[in-house]
Design a protein around this ligand. Sequence first.
Ligand code: TEU
Ligand code: CA
Length: 512
Amino acid sequence: MLERPDQVPWWRRAVVYQIYPRSFADANGDGIGDLDGARQRLDHLAWLGVDAIWLSPFYPSPMHDFGYDVADHTGVHPLFGTLDDLDRLVAEAGKRDIRVIVDLVPNHTSHEHPWFQASRSSRDDPKRDWYVWRDGRGPGEPPNNWVGAFLEGPAWTWDPHTEQWYLHQFLPQQPDLNWANPEVREAVYDVMRFWLDRGVAGFRIDVVHCIGRDPELPDDEPPWVGIPHCAINEHPSTHEYIKEMRAVVEAYDGDRVLIGETALPGTRWVAPYYGHGDELHLAFNFAATHAPWDAERWRQRIERIHEELDPRGAWPTWVLSNHDMPRHRTRYGGSEARARAAAVALLTQRGTPFLYGGEELGLEDAVVPPERVVDPGGRDGCRAPVPWLRAPGHGWGPDPWLPFPPEAAERSAEAQRADPTSILHLYRRLLAARRRSDALRLGHQELLDAPAGVLAWRRRCGDDERVVLVNMGDAPATVAATGTVEVASDGRGEGAAFDGVLDVDVAVVLRP
Ligand code: TEU
Ligand code: CA
């Protein structure tokens, strides 16, 4: 079933880089990242070698969830710039062969969105049914036992004006849209067309598994009672809605892509969202982010991904970090050696990898003192500003919205760019190695026998072949593999014959 490499759609060959606009780069010095800041760093991204960027929300928003509470889906928040700035970013990225993917948040809006303002104005409003309104079970008792995200309270808020409850799988300021209403769907598809007409390459779709719901809204059952309902919501109607979204993008040329944030408990849950080539092109699979730095656990994850996705012809995704969880360097204990080995492990898997802004600098989470915590979900650490320059301020205004991550001067893009041994250069060499090898970008993957603690696999596409070895154990290992070292996470000479020795937290890519 292997297609000819030159016929494979771009999103299977791509490395996608997530820009969280607020944290990425600040052009006007107000301490908050913006679209012009992102545009000014495109040369960094082109030098690194990424194929696409995904912009987290930059839309008008009261920022209760830092932009995932959208008040206007077709505008730009003044903090981030203007629509013209967005157009310039898309155009400048295009000149560098970098595609731009935007974030679509279809499950909910801000409570300040005009749609919700209308919906809550009266029970008779034409938009009443655009959101999910229900009577309670009794005085003060919400309609069911669902729990919202972030605040640990019910997924329902009482509206005293119209005396009903509205559903919000996330914050009370993020009322859920009612996707069963065809007018809602058409409105969201119009939003998609607005961005597609502006030349974006597709969408990362926020919590897409949440949009279809059982119309009876039954209680969650054990063992899921008390955990946020959004973590497990599933309903067949979601697949119909995704097929409609797919039809929207397929009316456009240029292989526009749908990447769903299917933040569900595991690969088995994620796989169905690929449909039969008629739903998502790519579905986020956070399985690897839940695995510790352990060869056996990684091996199981990889096997599971093959079992669940291969029979569908579905192409995996790989993510180690994003704006919702501690950066993987922090999760794995903080050592740079391990962050380097993790970069090799991520960028040589079979599937489309997603990098999170600043990951290529080996950033750790910032230590955010309690008085500076601003996110209701406590995700501030990974959202610290990316340090660009070595000098104090690191390219940001005098008062950035969050503190910098540790060792910001040494880990700044400027300092690392000047040091060919830096982790930044390692990421660049890995991206270059992918680009010149069909095996690494598109090939089959076969797990290999290896000593305890070592994860080993072969990638193959036609005659092109690579072997990857990662020592995740706690002792140096000797591995019976031969070949030329193409990329190494430690300081060893690339281009030399592999000597069979792998220190702890070291990974190599070998060419036969
Ligand atoms: O995240 C969805 C999601 O499931 C998160 O709740 C995630 O599991 C959690 O943040 C882990 O701490 C998406 C966005 O990525 C997130 O930033 C938004 O807050 C959320 O949707 C609501 O839009
Ligand atoms: Ca700014």
